[in-house]
Design a protein around this ligand. Structure first.
Ligand SMILES: Cc1ncc(COP(=O)(O)O)c(C=O)c1O
Length: 392
């Protein structure tokens, strides 16, 4: 109900607190399957003091425009691109939509556009195709749930406007063979978009800490664009995403002139008009403050706890991992009973579970807020539940 006369401030806050008591709080070490986390304290501070700033109106907020450009350049540096063309976005969904829009716009002559995707792509790619009138051609994945380059090449037609692949899949944190797919993209002169919404702030550091080198970014010549979300492992407040293009032409393809805005800032490249500048400014501050060293330390911690979960699952007779974890994401399969039975029992114990369909797994994402204590409690319950199910 929308009251005629407002209610006192204290009462409003009390009511709101009562409603929000139902929410999970990250400070408790949960949830254990979220891809966002507690924003870095500096980011929260910057966001709170820049609430009125509008990144859709950069003629008014000129300093913000400069900061946004620096954010794109810093992420470009992280992803091995000296001169990136890009924009900040509201997250991976918007970035993936923009990548598909750019591919469609530079291929306007194609009447029935198709995009080839391994079937492990994030649901936002389906959404993008739905919004943009593009047909998705889904290709198989291998035993480790990685894209199969040959399967991709086989379905290229004259209607193919782009290939999408993922570096850090949502279900398992798997990294598609971007170098091999990149070669195919180059040979056929088709743009390759890499969805590294999650992986961008993790994969670059894995090599440096001895956990594997993965050519996934602009170092691979065939890569034309990358989604990278600061609001996931970048520790920025929501909504903070980005898309980077190798060529100016692709950024130009998603640029619209807004008739009532003035000067150099009279165009917009994101889908949204008015949008918060706070997360962009916060991303800038966090990246400047943490540097590569700070992010590497966070990745080390998250991977340590990932290995802790891996070891515990390997000792559980009823459960197994779908793949050896590559990033700080794990997919847990049930060896004997359908996974849904395990999930139901865990929910009864108060866990808010997340599952993936391919393969049917329980998802665990070891974000910085997920403590060893929370993981221990989860794994103890999982041990208990799996044993009781078997004994029923
Ligand atoms: C690989 C990948 N891409 C895109 C997205 C969508 O990101 P957002 O929810 O920030 O729009 C996600 C979210 O989980 C993701 O894991």
């Amino acid at each position: 109900m929308f009251e005629e006369n407002g209610i006192p401030r204290e009462d409003v806050l009390k009511k709101l607190d009562a409603l929000l008591a139902q929410d999970a709080t990250y400070v408790s070490g949960h949830p254990i399957a979220s891809m966002s986390t507690i924003p870095h304290e500096l980011g929260a501070h910057v966001f709170a003091k820049t609430l009125e700033k509008n990144a859709g109106r950069l003629h008014t907020f000129r300093g913000t425009a400069e900061v946004e450009q620096e954010v794109i350049e810093m992420i470009g540096d992280l992803l091995n691109l000296k001169k990136p063309y890009g924009t900040t976005t509201s997250g991976g969904t918007e970035s993936n939509i923009l990548a598909m829009l750019a591919a469609r716009e530079i291929n306007k002559k194609i009447d029935a556009p198709e995009v080839i995707v391994p079937k492990t792509v994030h649901a936002s790619v389906d959404k993008a195709a739905w919004l943009l009138g593009v047909k998705l051609i889904k290709t198989r994945v291998d035993k480790e749930f990685k894209a199969v380059p040959k399967a991709i090449e086989k379905v290229i037609t004259e209607n193919t406007i782009a290939i999408f692949a993922t570096a850090g899949t949502t279900y398992l944190g798997q990294i598609d063979p971007i170098d091999k797919i990149g070669k195919i993209a180059e040979e056929h002169k088709i743009p390759l978009h890499v969805d590294a919404a999650f992986g961008a702030f993790v994969i670059p550091f894995l090599g440096e800490i001895g956990l594997g080198k993965y050519p996934f970014d602009f170092m691979v010549e065939g890569v034309s664009s990358i989604s990278a979300d600061p609001h996931k492992m970048g520790l920025a407040p929501i909504p903070a995403g980005s898309i980077l293009f190798r060529s100016k032409k692709m950024l130009r393809a998603i640029t619209r002139k807004i008739d009532y805005l003035r000067g150099a800032a009279s165009t917009q490249t994101s889908i949204l008009g008015t949008r918060p500048a706070g997360p962009i400014l916060a991303t800038w501050a966090i990246m400047k403050h943490l540097g590569r060293f700070g992010y590497r330390k966070i990745v080390v911690e998250c991977m340590k706890r990932t290995m802790f979960v891996k070891n515990r699952i390997e000792q559980n007779r009823y459960m197994k991992l779908a793949i050896n974890p590559v990033l700080n994401i794990l997919g847990i399969e049930s060896k004997i009973v359908p996974i849904e039975q395990v999930v139901e029992k865990m929910e009864l114990r108060g866990w808010r579970m997340a599952t993936s369909p391919l393969p049917p797994t329980i998802r665990v994402v070891v974000m910085p807020h997920v403590t060893e204590g929370a993981l221990n409690a989860f794994l103890n319950d999982l041990d208990d539940v799996s044993t009781t199910i078997e004994n029923v």
